[in-house]
Write a protein that binds this ligand. Structure first.
Ligand code: ZN
Ligand code: ZN
Length: 248
């Protein structure tokens, strides 16, 4: 990989409930500085190991919102690192409160694990809407979206290795998506249903109705539920699939 190419492996492209047998949301960016995760659903560690990736090399995890299918893999990633003598620091960046929520999840799932001695640092950074933050190799901007999850939920826009990647986890339609996608090489976006409106989620129809307003070179939909997966392809977008590798 040269410095001006960004490779993205879609490790998990499913919804929260295993529709289509897909893994939960998790994308791996191969950056010049090392691997970065974008969302970290509970199946993250399974996905990494199934694809021959070394979880201990992941330097950063960027999280859109604090639902289990987007951040629930972190306790497993951290604990696996502890048991396998990870040394590389892990930077976790996401909505305000992310440190407390990950710590609480660790204590529920593996009591005592959040306080265990580790050889590596886990550092939490809170992303604020509207301001750009440098997270390792990426410049990250957070856009508030509509998806209650006990903390602000974001769409994220990353500038990395000379490319722009926009990504929305879960949300009802909001104009924030237009802003987040503007000028991007790729916009990865949820399409949970085909036509049915589900509160705080996005349907393909609404997304395509706004397609001309989304200034992105490619639109790839992910986080698909059963009816989206069962239906035919249409023009105007591509579908994500587990294991798909993209080069921007
Ligand atoms: Zn989700
Ligand atoms: Zn969610």
């Amino acid at each position: 990989m040269n410095g001006m190419q960004l490779e993205i492996e879609l490790l998990g492209t499913g919804d929260a409930f295993g529709s289509g047998g897909r893994l939960q949301t998790c994308f791996l960016l191969r950056t010049p500085a090392g691997p970065l995760l974008l969302d970290c659903g509970t199946s993250c560690l399974v996905a990494l190991k199934a694809r021959g990736e070394e979880p201990n090399e992941v330097g950063w995890a960027l999280i859109t919102h604090l639902h289990g299918d987007h951040f629930g893999g972190l306790p497993f990633l951290i604990l696996d690192g502890q048991f396998r003598r990870r040394e590389r620091p892990l930077i976790v960046a996401g909505p305000p409160g992310i440190g407390e929520r990950v710590t609480a999840a660790m204590e529920i799932l593996f009591p005592g694990s959040s306080q265990a001695r580790r050889r590596f640092e886990v550092r939490f950074e809170e992303l604020r809407e509207g301001s750009a933050a440098a997270v390792g190799p990426a410049l990250v901007r957070a856009f508030a979206v509509e998806h209650p999850s006990g903390a602000p939920a974001y769409a994220l826009r990353l500038e990395c290795a000379g490319r722009v990647l926009a990504y929305s986890g879960d949300t009802g339609w909001t104009e924030s998506l237009v802003a987040a996608a503007r000028g991007s090489d790729l916009f990865l976006c949820e399409a949970y249903t085909r036509d049915k409106r589900v509160p705080y989620h996005l349907d393909l129809r609404t997304l395509l109705d706004n397609r001309s307003r989304l200034d992105c070179r490619r639109l790839i939909v992910t986080h698909m539920g059963e009816d989206m997966l069962a239906g035919p392809d249409e023009d105007g977008y591509e579908r994500a699939s587990d294991g798909l590798v993209l080069r921007l």
